[in-house]
Design a protein around this ligand. Structure first.
Ligand code: SIN
Ligand code: CO
Length: 392
């Protein structure tokens, strides 16, 4: 009924088994086996001829906007660091050394940044986070630190001197308490290299790194990932699972109030009754045990747009149109559902196959759109009106 997704990268790019310059001649499959979450990889000319997705003036404009997350890190003589959170109305002079502007989520605003991020869709979309672009003047950087997430650091203009070490992998590393950033007090670099435009460095979580701009106009794009913490995920899912039980303030008919007709008089009124503990355990287990409820809550959580993400309303699709997912849309699926921007739909048969294709490739041809059932086509029109998909 539902065909298996074939082993190709989603955007009809090269096969995941095909060696690619992006990964230094490894195929995505080899890269994932040998390096992902395991070993750094330096790739010279991963993206030959790469251009910065945006120039410094346009980047400065974005950093000044309320809708964009940005930070300015500056260093002054005496190893003094300062951090300013955006919006940043005025940047230091381009010629002033040792400052860095970091702009998060550039892929949501700049098509070229979205395209760059899409090159890494051999990793599940559930793990992809965003593309951050940094602009540094000569000597600028954010100091030696380690991140909890995998990152591809792509030099898109100018040069950056990177030093890396496995510090955070084995130990937590001591952080300096005199700086407003997470800067390692005792960074012990093991390798170093200068990256030029087109070069790329992949780092697994926990690898300490320090990148310092060599000369001005140094721009580095970071393709970042996200990885849920078990406790945080449980918290988010339980909120969603139990919200469904009391939608619109109406209590679900499945809900039940604790009752204790057998409670005896007690001389230890401070003690929580065992029956209430059992009731609490059952409440949590019941919420999780609803068929497909956990799957639905997870898909909705993973595709929920970030707080500052908004869509401009569009129009229903013209007849015969091909369709494309809007760069801000997050679309995923599981065995029973299709999820888009925090909403879930049950899908089966041909509609499911086509919707999954839209999630994998971010596009459907006009012939594919024409094969959707009337109900699925209406849904696609609704998504177009919401600005979630656009005519291609
Ligand atoms: C930068 O682009 O300056 C910092 C990126 C990072 O170290 O994660
Ligand atoms: Co970092």
């Amino acid at each position: 009924m539902i065909s298996k997704t074939h082993a190709r990268t989603p955007a009809d790019g090269p096969s995941i088994d095909h060696p690619t310059p992006l990964l230094g001649g490894l195929s995505p499959a080899q890269f994932m086996r040998r390096h992902w979450q395991k070993q750094p990889l330096l790739v010279r000319q991963a993206l030959p001829g790469v251009q910065a997705p945006i120039d410094r003036l346009a980047l400065a404009q974005l950093a000044a906007s309320e809708d964009v997350e940005s930070r300015l890190v500056s260093q002054s003589p005496g190893d003094r660091w300062s951090l300013r959170q955006g919006p940043i109305a005025k940047l230091p002079a381009w010629s002033k050394p040792q400052w860095t502007l970091l702009v998060q989520g550039l892929d949501l605003h700049v098509p070229a940044a979205h395209e760059l991020l899409s090159r890494f869709r051999f990793v599940p979309e559930a793990r992809l986070d965003d593309l951050m672009l940094s602009y540094a003047s000569d000597g600028g950087g954010v100091g030696p630190h380690f991140d909890s997430y995998d990152v591809f650091l792509i030099q898109v203009s100018g040069k950056r001197h990177w030093r890396i070490g496995r510090q955070g992998v084995a130990t937590t590393g001591t952080l300096r308490d005199d700086v407003p950033l997470k800067v390692l007090a005792d960074f012990e670099p093991e390798q170093d290299f200068v990256l030029e435009a087109g070069d790329m460095l992949y780092l697994p979580p926990g690898w300490a790194h320090d990148g310092v701009a060599v000369g001005g106009d140094c721009m580095t794009a970071s393709v970042g990932f996200r990885s849920p913490w078990r406790g945080e995920l449980a918290n988010e899912l339980l909120v969603r699972l139990t919200d469904e039980d009391s939608e619109d303030g109406q209590r679900s008919p499945r809900d039940r109030m604790y009752a204790d007709p057998k409670q005896l008089a007690t001389e230890a009124p401070g003690r929580i009754p065992d029956e209430l503990v059992a009731f609490a355990r059952e409440a949590v287990l019941k919420a999780v045990a609803q068929p497909l409820a956990l799957e639905r809550a997870l898909g909705e959580a993973l595709t929920e747009p970030k707080p500052r993400v908004f869509f401009d309303a569009g129009e229903a699709l013209p007849e015969g149109a091909a369709v494309q997912l809007h760069a801000r849309s997050r679309m995923m699926y599981d065995a029973a559902h299709v999820f888009i921007n925090g909403a879930s739909f049950r899908a089966g048969g041909r509609d499911a196959t086509l919707m999954r294709r839209l999630a994998d490739r971010h596009a459907l041809t006009s012939a594919e759109v024409a094969r959707l059932s009337e109900g699925a086509r209406d849904l696609l029109d609704q998504w177009a009106e919401d600005g979630w998909v656009v005519p291609a």
